[in-house]
Design a protein around this ligand. Structure first.
Ligand code: XMP
Length: 317
């Protein structure tokens, strides 16, 4: 019978046999899959696992530092790379969602490739691929598609010439979470909502600037913290704030304002393929709206997205 403990035991033994004294490089995202894959590999080969965590400047507020800290507490051999400016430069002026995704994918590969080169004698690329990623045809928006489109543009980046090791590729998401819990991984990492690879770049409609990222991070943090303190976070499949580059008139004190709009999105779903908007309590929405408008400079209006998928998608881009 499958149990998390039996899976962990056999997988670690298999990884030890397969990898021996070889070195593995793995990109951590802060998400469940890459974290569980990293801890399994770490238990099998220790410091021969080299983890790379890239700050693309498009993560949630304070997330880069807090995730890096918790990985370090787990004893992982991890290198954090501040590549914010490289991503902002590549995104400057881009408004088309697919062009934004491509630019982010391209820069990620460049940054990761540079970092992988610094690991002397590495021969494997570790990945947190899970079973549904293997069977489902690659989504147009997915990160693998970004790598594919890179294929067509030029030669393969060097790290892609590495052999691939994917310890989770027989598991479903709930099994990955159970394995993660049995490995003692922080429940905050295991229970995290899905978050897209391109991050906040696809939650800021149109072009990206560091100022817009800062505003969205503040609003999003107020939103998510309120979901947590109201005990709603774990009941929602995915939630996030969206920055709308639309100005509307408001009034603050005796001053007329003309500022941007934040949209709140929260959905219930099983796998992201279909989704229903969550019926969050009005009192909670009211509290979040007040807090955002009173605290986030540049925002004078908050709206709630009541669209389901299909026909809307979860993300706005
Ligand atoms: P949509 O917007 O297509 O989103 O309804 C479905 C799920 O996929 C996530 N998503 C992405 N994940 N790279 C990712 O890694 C992407 O480009 C991307 N686009 C959407 C989205 O957050 C939701 O969980």
């Amino acid at each position: 019978d499958w149990t998390p403990d039996s899976f962990i035991e056999t997988t670690i033994a298999e990884l030890k046999a397969k990898l021996g004294d070889d070195k593995v490089v793995l990109g951590l995202s802060g998400g469940v899959d890459s974290s569980v894959a990293a801890v399994l590999l770490h238990q099998a080969i220790g410091a021969n696992l080299h983890c790379i965590f890239v700050d693309n400047g498009l993560l949630r507020k304070d997330e880069y530092q807090s995730v890096l800290d918790s990985y370090q507490h787990m004893g992982l051999n991890i290198k954090g790379i501040d590549a914010k400016q490289r991503f902002y430069d590549a995104l400057a002026g881009l408004t088309d969602p697919e062009k934004k995704r491509k630019a982010i994918g391209r820069v990620f590969i460049e940054v990761f490739d540079d970092a992988a080169h610094e690991v002397q004698g590495v021969s494997w690329l570790g990945q947190g691929t899970i079973y549904p990623d293997v069977i489902e045809s690659v989504s147009v928006k997915g990160p693998s598609a970004t790598i594919k489109s890179h294929h067509n543009v030029g030669g393969l980046p060097d790290f892609m010439k590495l052999k691939v090791v994917e310890p989770l590729n027989t598991l479903f998401k709930d099994e990955v979470r159970r394995v993660g819990a049995a490995l003692g991984i922080d429940p905050n990492i295991l229970g995290r909502h899905p978050f897209p690879g391109p991050g906040l770049a696809i939650r800021i409609l149109g072009d990206i600037t560091p100022e817009k990222v800062d505003i969205l991070q503040q609003a999003d943090a107020i939103y998510i913290n309120n979901l947590r303190s109201a005990g709603v976070y774990d009941k929602v499949w995915q939630a996030g704030a969206i920055y709308l580059p639309v100005q509307s008139v408001g009034v603050m004190g005796d001053e007329r304002t003309y500022e941007n709009v934040i949209c709140l999105r929260a959905v219930e779903s099983l796998d992201g393929m279909t989704a229903d908007w969550c019926h969050l309590p009005y009192s909670l929405l009211a509290k979040i709206s007040n807090e955002i408008i009173n605290n986030v400079k540049g925002i004078n209006r908050v709206v709630y997205d009541i669209s389901s998928k299909p026909p809307a998608t979860i993300e706005w881009e």
